[in-house]
Design a protein around this ligand. Structure first.
Ligand SMILES: C[S@@+](CC[C@H](N)C(=O)[O-])C[C@H]1O[C@@H](n2cnc3c(N)ncnc32)[C@H](O)[C@@H]1O
Ligand code: SF4
Length: 392
């Protein structure tokens, strides 16, 4: 493609991801950058100072831009006291412009919920809570190594609701050890009865380097049963008014997660904290940058705010951009607009004409005016569809 025909990269909306890495106990299925904190309490104040130093270091990459959403992920962000969360939000909003009403989500483990805490989070500026429920079944929660039972999950949700949070998400997992179709349905029915704004419904995966991968628990449902669970739960959610908009995400009207949507639309995000990843459009250089921070909290804390805390910087070369874009966009039920592909990758539509035609021929994608939309078959084989867009 001659350079003079290349479209301009147009910076998409910007989000801020804040990684808070500690947990009370490491769950045996979890491969997130999360660390059991042994003895005493984590160094909350030092971590907040380090986050702001980390942000200062990244600021030149986003001068003048507006933040549309903030996500505190983990780990277990709800281990952090509200004054620490407030200091992070105040520090961030004094350095960056926040869009009015920007979505601010905090991941919460029900085992860390206590009276009064949600009021304080709200005052600090959090306006959305994402609960790690997983299942309401106590025996299965024990197998999953969770620190809470079903009753604690219910009371944590009640506390958040009493504190005025109407925008909350429940994370559920299915295809759990010993789970039957009826049990999976029961979890979804109980979640729906709590009337959350959003439900995430993830199939349990055995991730490398986890306790479950080394010693798989017995009774994990086979692929056919897992598929039945997914289909049945999806239908229950649809009947209850939760529309699926991504592989694992369901929302009531107007309640889709703005932060995750920005990832899936190949938006930009700054990532601060141990192991956090960022992806940024550098308009002046007409390039896309991925930056990640050193992974271990101790190493990251020691170097925060200096180049020592940067795990790596990588430019996303034009030949790789179609694949990276599709990896995200084809997770979305309503696909993507071709104009957005052009703006966020800086490539012309002709760069993907070949693989698009193949995917349409195979019944995986549909051309819907100026949008490309995955078919039901395409959604079942997302990995194969995305692989068509890999560079040769
Ligand atoms: C980073 S965790 C954060 C939530 C919080 N730390 C907790 O666990 O309560 C986000 C969600 O990813 C999901 N998840 C984690 N590991 C998974 C796995 N191996 N397979 C499927 N889903 C997983 C869980 O539903 C979890 O709530
Ligand atoms: S609480 Fe959440 S982040 Fe922590 S180990 Fe368990 S699943 Fe992972």
């Amino acid at each position: 493609m001659p350079a003079r025909h290349a479209p301009m990269l147009i910076p998409p909306p910007l989000s801020l991801y804040v990684h808070l890495p500690w947990c009370v106990r490491k769950c045996p299925y979890c491969d997130f950058n999360s660390h059991e904190f042994k003895g005493g309490t984590p160094p909350f104040d030092a971590y907040v100072d380090a986050l702001l130093a980390d942000l200062d270091q990244d600021l030149p990459l986003v001068w003048g831009r507006t933040v549309h959403s903030v996500f505190f992920g983990g780990g277990t962000p709800s281990l952090f006291p509200a004054d620490a969360i407030e200091r992070i939000l105040q520090g961030a909003s004094s350095r960056l412009r926040f869009a009015p009403g920007a979505e601010v989500t905090l991941e919460t483990n029900p085992g860390t919920a206590e009276h009064g805490r949600f009021e304080d989070y709200r005052r600090a500026g959090v306006n959305r809570i994402s609960f790690g429920i997983q299942t309401f079944d106590d025996a299965t929660l024990r197998t999953l190594g969770r620190i809470h039972d079903g009753a604690q999950a219910l009371s944590a949700i009640a506390l958040a609701r009493d504190a005025g949070f109407d925008n909350f998400n429940l994370d559920l997992m299915y295809a759990l050890p010993g789970q039957t179709l009826a049990m999976a349905e029961d979890d979804v029915a109980r979640a729906i009865a709590l009337a959350p704004a959003h439900i995430s419904h993830y199939q349990l995966t055995l991730e490398p380097n986890t306790v479950f991968a080394a010693r798989p628990p017995t009774g994990i449902p086979d692929d056919d049963l897992a598929w039945d669970m997914q289909e049945r739960c999806q239908a229950m959610l649809a009947e209850a008014g939760y529309a699926q908009y991504e592989v694992s995400a369901y929302a009531r009207p107007g309640r889709r997660c703005a932060h995750n949507l920005n990832y899936w639309r190949f938006g930009d995000y700054l990532g601060i904290g141990a192991g956090a990843h960022g992806k940024l459009t550098l308009g002046s250089e007409q390039t896309l940058l991925r930056r990640w921070k050193s992974k271990h909290p101790v190493a990251w804390l020691a170097g925060a705010g200096t180049p020592a805390s940067i795990g790596g910087d990588e430019r996303i070369e034009p030949a790789r951009r179609p694949f990276e874009f599709m990896l995200n966009a084809l997770r979305l039920v309503d696909g993507f607009a071709l104009d957005d592909f052009v703006a966020t990758t800086g490539l012309p539509v002709s760069a993907i004409d070949g693989p698009l035609d193949i995917a349409v021929d195979r019944g995986w994608l549909q051309r819907n005016g100026a949008r490309i939309v995955p078919t039901e078959l395409g959604r079942r084989f997302t990995n194969d569809v995305v692989a068509l867009f890999l560079e040769d």
